[in-house]
Design a protein around this ligand. Structure first.
Ligand SMILES: Nc1ncnc2c1ncn2[C@@H]1O[C@H](COP(=O)(O)OP(=O)(O)OP(=O)(O)O)[C@@H](O)[C@H]1O
Length: 293
């Protein structure tokens, strides 16, 4: 497998809007290595989901190319897994059956017992082996998202695309799910591209934080290598001066981009404040939580 597993080159995409056609993303270049977890962060509306959707093959770029594992991305395909804010489970199936659907695709010639054992393995990894027989309506939102993550990893995609996967969860559940993602990813090391609004989440989970400029014509502004050892946990990170420095750099980038508009609106100020999960003066005591954007 090539080190540069996913390559986006010169991507541009325009949409019709109220004030005419606008080039939302322009000159977007990114290379993601195999088994790397990359976080994509930027102001609301800059085009993060559009980039993810183009990698998924759901939206076609106007210009540029996307190559995954040496093959050009033209359409959606099973080599790409997606996790959205809500888990999109099949409501008439149990948690186990939802995960089994994925396992059947990647292990078609295995016996039923082997398939069930594999599905149970993924449910155990997300801490839901006791809830295997429950249907989505009998699960909390956080539990459903756990099943969604188990299913996504069970598919063994060439790249996993996560679009604010914890955006709808309360901060405690969000922290739990961040831990679940960390442990799943540590065990299976799937190449992953994750959109998030949460600076601390990006630093806790990713190998690199890709910062997008504000739209229109959004592109990669800066890339931060998250040079923090794994396995990571939030308590270690909040005591690490390197974490503080990285957080400052990402927030600084976002503040500067907010300044590129005529003047930050109240909403933009609120958004920036929510991106930082602790006041600078209380960093040492801060816990990395998952405040909603
Ligand atoms: N199918 C579409 N048709 C028209 N406009 C679109 C379409 N998809 C996205 N846009 C516009 O493109 C811009 C970028 O949207 P996108 O959802 O990619 O941003 P985002 O950075 O993911 O935002 P957020 O962080 O708020 O989710 C927005 O102005 C949005 O209205």
């Amino acid at each position: 497998m090539s080190a540069r597993h996913l390559v986006l080159s010169g991507i541009a995409k325009s949409f019709d809007g109220p004030s005419g056609r606008q080039r939302v993303v322009d000159g977007f270049d990114l290379e993601v290595e195999a088994r790397e977890l990359v976080a994509l962060i930027g102001h609301s509306g800059c085009g993060k989901s559009t980039v993810l959707s183009m990698v998924a093959g759901l939206t076609k770029p106007d210009v540029g190319s996307i190559v995954l594992g040496g093959r050009a991305v033209k359409d959606p395909g099973p080599d790409r897994g997606m996790v959205f804010q809500s888990a999109c489970l099949l409501p008439w199936m149990t948690a186990l059956q939802n995960v089994l659907l994925a396992v059947e695709q990647v292990m078609p010639s295995a016996t039923r017992a082997q398939q069930r054992a594999s599905a149970m393995h993924y449910l155990e990894l997300v801490g839901l082996d006791d809830a295997a027989a429950r249907k989505p309506a009998e699960l909390s939102m956080g539990m459903r998202q756990r099943v969604g993550l188990a299913r996504a990893f069970a598919c063994r995609p060439d790249v996993l695309l996560l679009d604010e996967p914890f955006g709808m969860l309360d901060s405690i559940t969000r922290m739990e799910l961040q831990d679940v993602l960390l442990s799943l990813w540590s065990e299976h090391r799937i190449t992953a591209l994750m959109v998030t609004h949460d600076v601390d989440e990006a630093l806790l989970l990713s190998d690199r934080v890709v910062m997008m400029t504000s739209g229109p014509h959004a592109h990669v502004g800066e890339i931060l290598e998250v040079a923090l050892e794994r396995p990571r946990n939030r308590r270690m990170l909040v005591e690490d001066a390197r974490f503080d420095a990285m957080r400052e750099r990402v927030i600084g980038f976002l503040e500067e981009r907010a300044g590129h508009h005529a003047a930050p609106t109240d909403e933009e100020r609120d958004e920036l404040e929510s991106l930082s999960l602790a006041e600078p003066s209380s960093k040492a005591e801060a816990t990395i939580s998952g405040s909603a954007p």
